[in-house]
Design a binder for this molecule. Structure first.
Ligand SMILES: C[C@H](O)[C@H](O)[C@H]1CNc2nc(N)[nH]c(=O)c2N1
Ligand SMILES: N[C@@H](Cc1ccccc1)C(=O)O
Ligand SMILES: [Fe+2]
Length: 297
């Protein structure tokens, strides 16, 4: 998640090297495995018909429903055969440049810890369920797998141009909260932030409240985002090839030079150039969102 853009420089725990990798994955107990199983079962109630086909296929290919927190070694072996990616354990959010370096080498850094029963519904930091259940299945898709690696390389370039916030926005509205139009009228979620929680899956795909707008990179990189509530706006791609063409196959130099410092558009805005699939009522957001009693779905 792009939280790293806003966090103060992180202090590296003493037992970790410069790669920030844990020497080995946590040993989970039976309570941890039960939490994973319950989270998994809850998502399976809402995902069929709402999650991207590639995501559902990824869950199957990796057998993520085998029971208990998956072993990163097993996962990496299977993922390695499919697209050459691996999953490596990290203790928490890691610094941006380290995160990018792992991605550029087709290693996905996944949070090691699992949430507790107390934080079952909502956590601020990405845990192993968000990272592995939410992100890893998409890495079985060859085009998406290449996009993530290229995003890692793009991170260093954005840092050189001092445009990390803009690139973070692209990550947010694709990797974390992206929607995919699989056929006319058939919108599915592929973003991990949507797919790892029960409410946002239904809200993002079906609710009247949020805007659904076709992805346009110049527009998205100028758009603000909130990290602690359901999104007022989602951006929709036509295919992973479409996403790849709009990002990897384009040179961002000129865009980086022409961006205003800071974001130009609020995350609720609909602007002239938008190809709007669904103009949101924004009812959920305008009523005050999380904690206000506003109904999401
Ligand atoms: C912009 C950048 O992609 C983002 O801030 C990074 C930073 N560090 C991270 N660290 C971890 N463990 N997980 C993440 O998703 C990220 N995201
Ligand atoms: N093509 C982009 C790099 C990029 C790749 C993938 C995702 C986002 C950006 C550039 O020139 O900077
Ligand atoms: Fe994430």
């Amino acid at each position: 998640m792009p939280e790293g853009v806003f966090t103060a420089p992180l202090k590296r725990p003493d037992h970790l090297g410069e790669d920030w990798l844990e020497p080995k994955q946590t040993e989970y107990d039976s309570d941890d495995d039960a939490i994973w199983n319950d989270l998994f079962a809850r998502q399976m109630e809402v995902l069929p018909g709402r999650a991207a086909t590639a995501f559902m296929q990824g869950l199957e290919k990796l057998d993520l429903g085998r029971g208990g927190v998956p072993d990163f070694g097993d996962l990496s072996a299977e993922l390695g055969r499919l697209t050459g990616w691996s999953v490596v354990p990290v203790p928490m959010l890691i610094p941006d440049h380290v995160f990018f370096w792992h991605l550029a080498n087709r290693r996905f850094p996944a949070g090691n810890f699992i949430r507790t029963r107390e934080t079952f519904d909502y956590i601020q930091e990405p845990d192993v369920f968000h990272d592995v259940f939410g992100h890893v299945p998409m890495l079985t898709d060859p085009v998406y797998a290449d996009y993530m690696q290229e995003y890692g390389k793009a991170g260093w370039k954005a840092m050189r141009h001092n445009r990390l916030k803009a690139l973070g926005s692209l990550y947010w509205y694709t990797v974390e909260f992206g929607l995919l139009q699989e056929a006319p009228g058939d919108i599915r979620a592929y973003g991990a932030g949507i797919l790892s929680g029960p409410t946002e899956v239904v809200y993002a795909v079906e609710a009247e409240s949020p805007n659904r707008i076709m992805l346009n990179v110049d527009r998205v990189m100028r758009t603000d985002y909130v990290i602690s509530d359901l999104q007022p706006t989602y951006f929709v791609i036509k295919s992973f090839e479409d996403l790849y063409q709009q990002t990897v196959e384009r040179d961002f130099d000129r865009l980086y030079r022409t961006l205003d410092p800071g974001f130009t558009y609020a995350n609720t805005a609909v602007i002239d150039v938008d190809d709007v699939l669904h103009p949101g009522t924004l009812e959920y957001t305008l009523r005050g969102g999380r904690g206000s009693g506003a109904k999401a779905v």
